[in-house]
Design a protein around this ligand. Structure first.
Ligand code: NAI
Length: 704
């Protein structure tokens, strides 16, 4: 083998059969589409063209653990309308290089030795043939849309021509990450290999056997399988696809809509023009606000949190080995399940061994046969003595302070002397509960969300006496069970519960003011909220906000008409929510879907001319949560924008397109936000009046 080193970033090695292996090895732990890549690829392609007569084909692979990681998000987040021309030129260069590679006149195979996401998959698709290492850790896919972007280095154009619009759309818009076998079934990959040697052997063998390889789209007469110009058989797809996309995006996410446009328009054009159309849509997305929100929060801030931004430094990483869970109800069983799945031994304690066994049986059902070893780690019991040896105890009994005090005291005595003791309470202040345990320094709040197995967040609550060492341990445990930790200081309702309360009471306030309940629910979904506020109120029961009001500290301006409505529904009419079979909705006994109770509109809805404008409904539902977040930050309960943004989306389903409760303010523009909030305050109540700190920030032109 002759080893010619064109550049150390992409190794260029020609073997005795004339096959050139390009090994991507850019600076850093993974290959990304940055300046280094563009420069190295330019050199490599120039050289391939110059030496074409001596080359039989090309194999593209990588020296990293992954094949290629994708776009350079550090650069992408900074692109603005002022700098977009430079970005457009870079993008054009990347596409041109790949186009020259696939039209070199020599067979090109990708030897995908690790995950190929985004730009990495686009490089592979510009090869004529793809062999992929069949390793369970390998993933192929286009995560761009989840960050508000589209695969703009040929990903849309090539996938559509390869698979057809209908099969391509979910792969392009949903961010699915396929395993090697799934990628082969989907049509992205041709062959699998069991190890690195076989991977390269298969790629090289294919190159030698296919000297005349051309891409399907460079074959005369090639057409997109399911979308042909002027073909009536294509009309059904054209009519349905926008509706399918819109149903999911509610108009909040431009990326899937632009991907659809690029796919359909591109399908009707020649290949090179299609690539150009794809670029134009990416330029629109990359300079748009939603991409900035999504990249900033779900890439940079999420990574910041996972890297330990809120974890006290100077404490060695701690691995929890045995956790005692008190209460085998909905939450306790969920906590036991995710802990066991992470390899931690679990003692599941309820009032009796039978009650604990019922909890374990529910976990068994959720886990299925596949996770029998995880289930074996869970020991149900009705006896505190079995908590011996636990280095962590999490309490999840009924929300009753006295009961919690009793079980915490007993567990604190039974577990290891230096065990960390935690409560999953969603409302009771942690500092007060700490009195129950022998050593309040080792006590902390670990607030999980329902359903535990699915919700990615845990809100860690630091009590007044919680030590740094305990906080560090709690943080490590949350990462150990593969959840995202946010850290907040103690206060009634912490962060998430308080913000969530403003959302649901605002929904009730709108109904009380005469807005039709269906409009409230639909506008909430159009605003990007996971669930409408009235449906949520039914889930948590209408008595919950009433109890919260009864215990609220004075001075917080709550929406009074909302509480009058809740009082009437829950206390006069007995419509307390889903559990009672009646709340804002009716829940038919035969299990058919819930419907809004007609009595709501009959009693409260005013005629149209008195209605609240739809934009006001939209803004009230989002602004009330952002404003409460600012107050919580002012009170020192929250300490970072990352905790606020990630906590709001991952904990309580706040509209992801906004990038979270504080990013909503940044994106709106703090000054414009303050002006709009003042308008809402004048029209609907002082709860919308921006706090002085926010006014100050807006005046100074600062963001969160
Ligand atoms: P649940 O009613 O489903 O379960 C409570 C369990 O505690 C029952 O199995 C009960 O038998 C058991 N229990 C009662 N006394 C006990 C004792 N002395 N020793 C051991 N176990 C005992 O309640 P859920 O929904 O699981 O909530 C538990 C806690 O989690 C509450 O503090 C709640 O505020 C909190 N939480 C609930 C969320 C939710 O969405 N349901 C979300 C976040 C926190």
């Amino acid at each position: 083998m002759t080893t010619d080193m064109t550049t150390h970033h992409i190794r260029y090695e020609r073997d005795r059969y004339g096959i050139v292996t390009l090994t991507l090895d850019l600076p850093g732990s993974a290959n990304v589409m940055n300046t280094d890549y563009r420069t190295a690829m330019a050199t490599a392609v120039d050289r391939l063209e110059a030496e074409r007569d001596d080359i039989s084909g090309v194999v593209v692979t990588s020296a990293k653990k992954t094949f290629f990681a994708g776009g350079d998000l550090d650069a992408l987040i900074t692109v603005t309308p002022h700098t977009v021309d430079a970005f457009a030129a870079e993008l054009a260069a990347i596409k041109d290089q790949l186009r020259r590679l696939e039209t070199l006149g020599r067979p090109v195979a990708a030897a995908i030795n690790g995950s190929a996401l985004g730009g990495g998959l686009e490089i592979a698709l510009a090869c004529h043939h793809r062999v992929c290492l069949d390793d369970p850790a390998v993933r192929l896919g286009f995560p761009e849309a989840t960050l508000g972007l589209l695969p703009g280095a040929g990903g849309v154009t090539r996938t559509v021509r390869m698979l057809g619009v209908q099969a391509a759309l979910p792969l392009l818009t949903e961010g699915r990450r396929l395993r090697p076998g799934q990628a082969r079934d989907a049509g992205w990959v041709h062959e699998l290999a069991t190890d690195h040697d076989e991977l390269l052997d298969k790629a090289r063998a294919w190159v030698l056997a296919n000297p005349g390889a051309v891409q399907p789209w460079d074959t005369p007469g090639h057409q997109v399988p399911d979308l042909k110009p002027l073909d009536p058989a294509s009309y059904g797809l054209l009519a349905a696809a926008p509706a399918v996309v819109r149903k999911k995006s509610h108009g909040c996410y431009p990326a899937p809509e632009r991907i659809l446009s690029a796919a359909v328009e591109g399908a009707l054009l020649d290949f090179d023009t299609a690539l150009l159309v794809e670029s134009r849509y990416l330029l629109e997305l990359v300079t748009g606000q939603v991409a900035k929100n999504l990249i900033g929060t779900f890439w940079f801030q999420l990574n910041e949190l996972k890297a330990g931004h809120s974890r006290p430094s100077g404490h060695a990483p701690y691995r929890t080995s045995k956790v005692g869970v008190l209460g085998a109800g909905m939450m306790g069983a969920g906590i036991a399940q995710v802990s066991a799945l992470a390899g931690i031994d679990v003692v599941l304690r309820d009032v009796t061994a039978e009650a604990a066994e019922r909890g374990r049986a529910r976990i068994a059902e959720a886990l299925g046969e596949r996770h029998a070893t995880a289930l074996d780690r869970i020991t149900p019991t009705g006896d505190d003595a079995d908590l011996a040896g636990c280095d962590l105890v999490i309490e999840a009994v009924f929300e009753d302070r006295r009961l919690k005090n009793t079980v915490l005291a007993a567990a604190g005595t039974a577990a290891l002397p230096d065990a960390m003791i935690a409560s999953n309470t969603s409302t009771l202040p942690i500092t007060g509960l700490a009195d129950a345990v022998p050593d309040p320094e080792r006590f902390i709040g670990l607030h999980f969300f329902s359903p535990v197995a699915r919700m990615p967040l845990v809100e860690i609550i630091r009590g007044e006496r919680t030590s740094d060492a305990t906080l560090a341990r709690a943080f490590d445990y949350v990462l150990q069970i593969k959840k995202t930790p946010i850290v907040v200081n103690d206060s009634r309702g912490f962060y998430t519960t308080r913000v969530f309360a403003t959302y649901i009471t605002e929904g009730a306030a709108l109904v009380a003011e005469g807005v039709h309940p269906a409009l409230v629910e639909n506008v909430a979904k159009k605003a990007g909220m996971a669930v409408g506020p009235l449906a949520v109120l039914d889930e948590v029961t209408l008595t919950l906000p009433l109890q919260a009001r009864d215990q609220a500290e004075p001075g917080i301006p709550y929406a009074d008409p909302a509480y009058q409505l809740l009082d009437t529904l829950a206390r006069e009419l007995g419509r307390t929510g889903k559990a009672a079979g009646a709340g804002f909705y009716d829940y038919p006994a035969d299990g058919s879907p819930k419907t809004l109770w007609p009595g709501l509109a009959e009693r409260w809805t005013k005629p149209d001319d008195a209605a609240v404008p739809e934009q006001d409904i939209h803004d009230r539902l989002l602004f009330i949560q952002a404003l409460e977040t600012v107050r919580i930050l002012d009170q020192g309960v929250l300490t970072s924008a990352a905790d606020a943004n990630i906590g709001s989306v991952h904990g309580i389903g706040f509209a992801p397109w906004t990038g979270g409760t504080l990013q909503l303010i940044n994106a709106y523009g703090p000054q414009a936000f303050v002006a709009r909030a003042d308008h809402l305050a004048d029209a609907y109540g002082e709860r919308f009046r921006p706090p002085a700190t926010l006014r100050g920030k807006a005046d100074r032109g600062e963001c969160f």
